[in-house]
Ligand binder design. Sequence first.
Ligand SMILES: C[S@@+](CC[C@H](N)C(=O)[O-])C[C@H]1O[C@@H](n2cnc3c(N)ncnc32)[C@H](O)[C@@H]1O
Length: 277
Amino acid sequence: MSHQKFYSKAHFYDLLFRFKDLAKENQTLIDLYQKLNDKMPASFLDIAAGPASNAIEMSKRGITSTAMDYSQEMVDYGLMRAKEEGATISYFQGDMRDFRSPKPVDLAAIFMISTSYLLTNDDMLQHLKSMASNLNPQGIYVLEMPHPIDLFAVGKHTLAQWEEKWEETWQERWEEYWEHQDGDTKVSLQWGEEADPFDPITQIRTVTARLKYQTPEETGEIVDHSAQREYTYQEMKLLIQISGVFELCCALGNWNTAIPFSNAKESSRMILVLRKL
Ligand SMILES: C[S@@+](CC[C@H](N)C(=O)[O-])C[C@H]1O[C@@H](n2cnc3c(N)ncnc32)[C@H](O)[C@@H]1O
């Protein structure tokens, strides 16, 4: 499940995803929290945290930071990275559908495509309920999700004015290739292939991840196929409402509080900002 062979290579994942702008993402989270609650968050939980890069950056700001992930390899790697960087974090292994953080937190976030591993409406509802039970009163939970334009691009039936954006987004999101070199270590990732099947009834795509790596000690390739669910905005609004544990405060289109969620070109994500009821 959930590309676990790929995520077990935590160090290679980390090298490939160093492009993330952690400071910008975390500053946006803090700005949102301050705007909604009129104070600084004292604690942060990084959900499906991978190498825990966001938790590590938050802890360097003096915010008590915890991370959780399904992959034990990611937990071990994240703790090692934190130690290397002189940061203090807690990191526990768990399933985002049902988990218990050592202590409730003020602020939590899930980044990139991690919500796509919640395959059914029930998975998402369980996740929201579990998340809320780990938040302090007025706690804020921010979900970074793919822009639903990807979903409606299926079959290439898009609105004419979206075509330019569709081309770019599609290329960016589903058939992306990139590589990274760090000293003697070379890694590349092909994320998604043209033949990956999409089921329009379940909204689940079987996504192929192809990781190649070369170090002085080992050379290899991992090919991992996993199901990923795509969500629409309308579904998310309903699921949040049905959960009974969160209100949707606002939606951003990027990691910038000045960019609302929309069909404009700069809005390439669906970032949902939830407050615990
Ligand atoms: C795309 S990575 C995101 C990692 C990190 N947040 C980042 O921004 O780089 C997705 C992560 O979700 C984790 N994951 C997948 N299914 C999960 C589940 N049910 N519960 C917790 N973590 C899960 C994977 O192990 C992986 O580390």
